[in-house]
Design a protein around this ligand. Structure first.
Ligand code: HEC
Length: 123
C-alpha cells in the first residue's frame, strides 16, 4: 500500500512537471494563417518595445522607427522588399541570433516575416 502511494505521488509529480514545461514553449500568439499582419498594429509597436527608437530616432540614426515615420522611412530607404526576406534589411538586421544592437524576439521576427510576405503593406 505504501509503495502504491509513493508511486502515485511520483506519477502526479511527473505530470505536474510535464504540464509546467509545456507552458515554456507557448510563445506570443501569432496571427492565424490567412490573417493579414498590420503594420500599425503589429509591426510599429515592436520598434518601441525593443528599444529600437532609442537609436533610430533619439540619436538621429536612420531609419527613424517612431510609429508615425517608420513606414515611410523603411520603404523610402529600401529596407524592405515585398515578398523578399533576403533583400529586406528590416527583417534580417535585427534577427534574434544576429549582432545588431537590439534584436527581435522569435515571435516578432515571425511577425515581420509574415508582414513582408503579405506584401509589406502600410495597413
Ligand atoms: C544602440 C543603437 C541601436 C539600436 C538600439 C538599434 N539600432 Fe539599428 N542601427 C544602429 C546603427 C548605428 C546602424 C547603422 C550601422 C549598422 O548597420 O550597424 C543601424 C542600422 C540599422 C538598419 C539598417 C539601416 C541601413 O541603412 O542599412 C536597420 C534596418 C536597423 N538598424 C533596424 C533596427 C531595429 C529594427 C532595431 C530594434 C530591434 C534597431 N535597429 C536597434 C543602431 C541601433
Amino acid at each position: 500500500m505504501k509503495k502504491l502511494l509513493t508511486f502515485g505521488i511520483i506519477v502526479a509529480g511527473l505530470l505536474l512537471f510535464l504540464a509546467s514545461c509545456q507552458n515554456k514553449f507557448i510563445i506570443e500568439p501569432l496571427p492565424e494563417p490567412g490573417d493579414t499582419v498590420s503594420f500599425s498594429q503589429n509591426i510599429a509597436p515592436i520598434f518601441t518595445e525593443q528599444g529600437c527608437i532609442g537609436c533610430h530616432y533619439s540619436t538621429g540614426q536612420q531609419p527613424d522607427l517612431t510609429p508615425d515615420n517608420a513606414y515611410g522611412k523603411i520603404t523610402g530607404m529600401g529596407l524592405v522588399v515585398e515578398f523578399d526576406l533576403v533583400q529586406s534589411k528590416i527583417y534580417y538586421n535585427p534577427k534574434p541570433d544576429g549582432e545588431h544592437y537590439a534584436k527581435y524576439t522569435l515571435a516578432q521576427y515571425q511577425l515581420v516575416n509574415q508582414w513582408i510576405m503579405d506584401g509589406a503593406l502600410n495597413n
